[in-house]
Design a protein around this ligand. Sequence first.
Ligand SMILES: *[C@@H]1O[C@H](CO)[C@@H](O)[C@H](O)[C@H]1NC(C)=O
Length: 407
Amino acid sequence: MAVLFLFAWLFAAPAFAKPQLAYGAQGVFKIVQFTDLHFGESPALDAQSVQLMRSILSSNDIDFAVLSGDMVSGYAYPRGTKPTGWYAARWKQLIAPLHEHQVKYAMILGNHDDEADLTRREIVELDMATGANLSYTCQGPTMITGATNYWLDIADNDHSDVSAGRLWFFDSMDMGCKGKDYSWGCVGADTVSWFSDEGSKLPHVPGLAFVHIPLCEHLSAWRYGTVVGSKFEPVCCPRFNTGLFLKLREQGVTSLYSGHDHDNSYSALHMGVRLAYGQKSGYGSYGPARSVPGARIIVMKKGEQTSLAETWIAFPNGAPYKQTTKQSSISAFQLRCAAGPHLPRRVFSSQALHRERSWLEQWSGPYPQLLSSGVVLLACGAMIILRSRRTRRDRSTARPVGRFRGE
Ligand SMILES: *[C@@H]1O[C@H](CO)[C@@H](O)[C@H](O)[C@H]1NC(C)=O
């Protein structure tokens, strides 16, 4: 027991040493969400991504930064030579702008971060070690699925010991869901019950959450919610619903921001919850379509439901871009979650196949629907032809019968 307490103290001590996050003097807590930075594909692209982070951090008066997954393109790891410290080197590069500007931050993992030389837990350890007094990332409980499952309280600016807001972070893993599906991951059902249990024990305050992979409800939100922003690719949500949306509503966590789909950046209010994408922030990998990389700004206000929080897109050296219209492409007709094709993991590692997979992701959405609409049209056509032929035959045989009867 004593050993257990010692361990608890050892791990808890650094967290307590950091100052509590708090609303500012105006009762405002301003967050920047950098998503899908995709470092590691080329030094030139990485330099551009660093420049973007610098520019946005210097001109937006940020209280806190969230890195919402796929910070590093793990598939770019040189598998032949297997260099050690590869992920760590990319990591130091990408947190440097946060250190330059002394911006506190926390991260969640995406589906590509763990494809290089570190496991999910090792990446969290690395960040907690190299992030010094700026990293608020936590190692989540070991008995549930994923590593980055935790919350951070935001204190009242008038009473620093009273929590007035809360940020939740969820780990959506890297592949599959419930061990069967072939999507890019989901928040485990065990993690969802952990969230519900923890949330019920904590004081009830407005909450805002982050996850890498969008929920099934991101798609429903696009179709039925109040939407601003763009959808230029299918929503790549898991085909199983592990129930996070329901629990978010129960716990009064009224907004969830995701990443993953580089060409989607809409924000939708659906059944009282804001489901939104960040703006793709890195120059590596594909997207964002019809735009340039940027970041999402979210302004939390003390005492206000987070679904009402003001949010816009920040571009480097640009004016804030407030989304006001719903923009889409053929992907707007998507009816079900688009998952990647089922290929063994080692095939995914190469960059070339990654591009191909992105292409397949583009088409796995509308394609089955076009096909099924075609089948329905053909079936309707066949029925009309058959019916008209039968009526003609009926008429030709009925007339003589009628005549006989009449006579
Ligand atoms: C973090 O630590 C450094 C070095 O001790 C210090 O200069 C800096 O002000 C600290 N930053 C924050 C945000 O606490």
